[in-house]
Ligand binder design. Structure first.
Ligand SMILES: Nc1nc2c(ncn2[C@@H]2O[C@H](COP(=O)(O)OP(=O)(O)OP(=O)(O)O)[C@@H](O)[C@H]2O)c(=O)[nH]1
Length: 223
């Protein structure tokens, strides 16, 4: 279920909605690097395996909506999967990541996708990501293979490079847009509730002004 904040919380926190997105894929495909590039515009050449899970936040504005996204980076290593699977059920969007220089990581997407079917909410939005597109000499997975697999699963598809910053913002924004669209009904309710609160606040302010106003000022007041 979507994690919409109350109108007062949202106003206090400077965002309208909060989404949880999850990065999944084999160890070494570049999940942590994708996240670091997106949130901090940094790239780390060394592979330090994620232990369990970690997260970073970023706020995007989509169609005038301030979307705060909490992106969970999971460990690709098999030994952490009991832990990482516990995070699936609270995700609204999932990146299924493979490495275009690793046929094996591409084959494993089927396993990741079936885990998502089993443990994530039905409404979860998914996107397929073929990372390391800069590493052309080592490419093992053709772009067309990625396109076909994404079509078969009914997902959008991006080839990315955390190294060159290719398609990074596009990929994260696309998944956030999909999640937003999938939760539009809840969002409309939220907007209505924000409007109600704003109207209420305006009314309260007006009333406050009237209460504290001098008799001259009260003449112009409708209360
Ligand atoms: N050439 C190239 N190398 C990349 C890219 N993204 C990540 N790498 C390298 O791939 C290695 C693994 O990257 P990580 O981001 O640590 O991989 P991970 O998927 O988070 O791995 P786990 O935490 O073990 O699941 C590192 O040496 C990165 O520098 C990319 O876009 N291009």
């Amino acid at each position: 279920m979507s994690e919409f904040t109350s109108a007062r919380d949202a106003m206090a926190k400077q965002y309208d909605v909060l989404f949880r997105l999850l990065l999944l894929g084999d160890s070494g495909v570049g999940k942590t690097c994708l996240l670091c590039r997106f949130t901090d515009n940094e790239f780390h050449p060394s592979h330090i395996s994620t232990i369990g899970v970690d997260f970073k936040m970023k706020t995007l504005v989509i169609d005038g909506v301030k979307v705060r996204i909490q992106i969970w980076d999971t460990a690709g290593q098999e030994r952490f999967q009991t832990i990482t699977k516990q995070y699936y059920r609270r995700a609204q969007g999932i990146f299924l990541v493979y490495d275009i220089t690793s046929e094996r990581s591409f084959q494993h997407i089927m396993k990741w996708a079936s885990d998502v079917d089993e443990y994530a909410p039905d409404k979860v939005q998914k996107i397929l990501v073929g990372n390391k597109s800069d590493d052309v000499d080592k490419r093992q997975v053709a772009t067309e293979q990625g396109i076909k697999l994404a079509e078969a699963y009914g997902m959008d598809f991006f080839e990315t490079s955390a190294f060159t910053n290719h398609n990074i913002t596009e990929t994260f924004t696309r998944l956030a847009e999909q999640v937003l669209a999938a939760n539009k009904k809840d969002l409309d309710l939220l907007r209505m509730s924000i409007n109600d609160e704003l109207n209420l606040t305006a009314l309260e302010e007006e009333e406050g002004l009237c209460d504290g106003a001098s008799s001259d000022q009260r003449k112009g007041c409708w209360c």
